[in-house]
Design a protein around this ligand. Structure first.
Ligand code: CO8
Length: 256
């Protein structure tokens, strides 16, 4: 199983379970995340905590190796499936907490952005590095990141692919708190207990109201992202970027 769903006290814990691939999101993982979110909704728990197996990564993003040779229609379907899975998380009745240790890159950061809260350990490293592969974010990053950190910072992260570490992430609001490296799960549970005793009805309405403050048709933005990222995906540079990653060499982009 690529994803494990367990219960810890009154909380559900979703663990991405592909440590050997830094918990990269292949099709199976996305499907199992979706099933685990449904499972958490049925568990009568007070919050969902999302974490990654292994010491190195929360999640290193979409599985780059699965992107080789897929056509634009399949690519768009992939982007929409990721988007709809993350939207399910975003609209889940119980709040969610992404517990970021190590890398949260690409789709991994987009998963965290679809969560209600983000906690980072001192070794957390966050980036949307798609540009380095000749791609752009496709699981909601272009729409959710500016809502969290503002347009200029989002553009900087998306256009440079730069890695933001824990202290900076805290200072720009990308994570809510920094938690202990070794005590991260206990710390996340303690954080969740700060709101988990309150009415879920009131919590849901409050979340909904805050979302409305930024609701300039997120769905429309998602459609645009799926379309534009499909165009980016068809470029020679995308093929070169992905191939170079797999061949472990620097890419040679030609602007086409
Ligand atoms: N996909 C597939 N495999 C991966 C990925 C990934 N994203 N990241 C790491 N791995 C694999 C490596 O290939 C390696 O496997 P192997 O041992 O078989 O070669 C193993 O995990 C360990 O990785 P590294 O040896 O590279 O570990 P390092 O500690 O040296 O480096 C990094 C860690 C910096 C995280 C590095 O692995 C890296 O740069 N990974 C790629 C990160 C990335 O570019 N993520 C963005 C992907 S694109 C994306 O998320 C777009 C989302 C929208 C998609 C839209 C629909 C298609």
């Amino acid at each position: 199983m690529a994803v494990a769903l367990t219960r810890q006290d009154e909380f559900a814990v979703l663990t991405l379970n592909r440590a050997e691939a830094l918990n990269a999101l292949n099709a199976e993982t996305i499907r199992e995340i979706s099933e685990a979110i449904d499972g958490a909704a049925r568990m009568e728990v007070r919050a969902l905590i999302i974490t990654g197996a292994g010491q190195k990564a929360f999640c290193a993003g979409a599985d780059v190796k699965e992107m080789v040779g897929i056509d634009p229609i399949a690519k768009k379907r992939k982007a929409e499936l990721g988007q709809s899975t993350f939207a399910k998380l975003d609209t889940l009745r119980i709040p969610s907490v992404a517990l970021i240790h190590g890398y949260a890159f690409g789709g991994g950061l987009e998963l965290a952005l679809a969560s209600t809260f983000r906690l980072g350990t001192p070794r957390a490293a966050m980036a949307l590095p798609e540009i380095k592969l000749g791609l752009m974010p496709g699981y909601g990053g272009t729409q959710r990141l500016p809502r969290v950190v503002g347009e200029a910072r989002a553009l900087e992260m998306i256009m440079t692919g730069r890695t933001v570490r824990a202290e900076e992430a805290l200072s720009i609001g990308l994570v809510n708190r920094i938690v202990g490296e070794e005590t991260r799960l206990e710390d996340a549970i303690a954080f969740a207990r700060e709101f988990s005793g309150f009415s879920l009805v009131a919590l849901s309405y409050a979340r909904e109201a805050v979302k409305r403050a930024f609701a300039s048709a997120l769905g429309e933005g998602m459609k645009t992202e799926a379309e534009i990222s499909t165009l980016a995906f068809q470029s020679n540079d995308a093929l070169e970027g992905i191939t170079a990653f797999i061949e472990k060499r620097p890419p040679n982009f030609v602007d086409a």
